[in-house]
Design a protein around this ligand. Structure first.
Ligand SMILES: Nc1ncnc2c1ncn2[C@@H]1O[C@H](COP(=O)(O)OP(=O)(O)OP(=O)(O)O)[C@@H](O)[C@H]1O
Length: 210
């Protein structure tokens, strides 16, 4: 469903990760690990097509990818239900998918509340519920559990497990253990871009190099 070969990704024109190769098949989850600033977000953004790769190849159908970023991406003046209806219409999904999304993230009691009046955790639950109305197979998830309490983390983990069981796949940047028994953990530290003096395309000096 997704494969990368010798993939190099950059922020601000400077390579942060180089030579990343991976494959992801149906039912599989990949957990990206590495210290702050290493490039996990950058890798997910590049896979999602939000920025170009610096080098390497990606094999994936863009129409199968759904990206959930750090930001919840909810529309503040729309209610919870209106937000999901909006996204469902964008992705060609119907009421059944919306009902499943509400149930998955326990949002049924909040359907009429404007998103701007949700708590941080509720907003994040709505942001994650959007995934369930995309109908897309490969979920790209950047720190999906930020602001979630333990119960909501459990709901989200269950949603991801159902997605995998139904033939979907997921790449997650997360520092916590979601209990995805079948997930493969990929430590990105060995792919940190080398500075030009070492033959690489990197060069930023920041916390990733300390
Ligand atoms: N817009 C930008 N312009 C230039 N550099 C950036 C930009 N955004 C991020 N960076 C830098 O790119 C590097 C990789 O950042 P990225 O957000 O991908 O790391 P991360 O591994 O996801 O970190 P974290 O675990 O803290 O979320 C960092 O050194 C960061 O400071």
């Amino acid at each position: 469903m997704l494969s990368l070969r010798n993939f190099t990704v950059a922020r601000g024109g400077i390579a942060v990760l180089e030579g990343v190769s991976l494959t992801l098949g149906a039912g599989e989850a990949l957990v990206l690990r590495g210290p702050n600033g290493l490039g996990k977000t950058t890798l997910l953004r590049t896979i999602a097509g939000l920025q170009p790769a610096m080098a390497g190849e990606i094999d994936a159908d863009p129409e199968t990818l759904a990206y959930a970023s750090h930001a919840d991406g909810v529309k503040p003046t729309l209610s919870v239900l209106e937000n999901l209806r909006f996204w469902a219409s964008v992705f060609g999904q119907g009421e059944e998918a919306i009902a499943a999304a509400l149930s998955a993230m326990d949002l049924e009691k909040l359907t009429d509340r404007p998103a701007q009046n949700l708590s941080a955790g509720q907003k994040r639950r709505l942001g994650l519920a959007r995934l369930a109305v995309t109908g897309r197979a490969v979920w790209l998830l950047d720190e999906p559990t930020v602001s979630l309490d333990a119960a909501s983390v459990g709901l989200f983990a269950a949603m991801v497990k159902r997605h995998l069981a139904s033939g979907g796949a997921a790449v997650l940047a997360t520092h916590i253990d979601l209990g995805l028994e079948t997930a493969t953990v990929l430590d990105l530290s060995p792919f940190r871009a080398r500075p030009p003096s070492e033959g690489g395309m990197g060069g930023a000096f920041d916390e990733a190099f300390l």
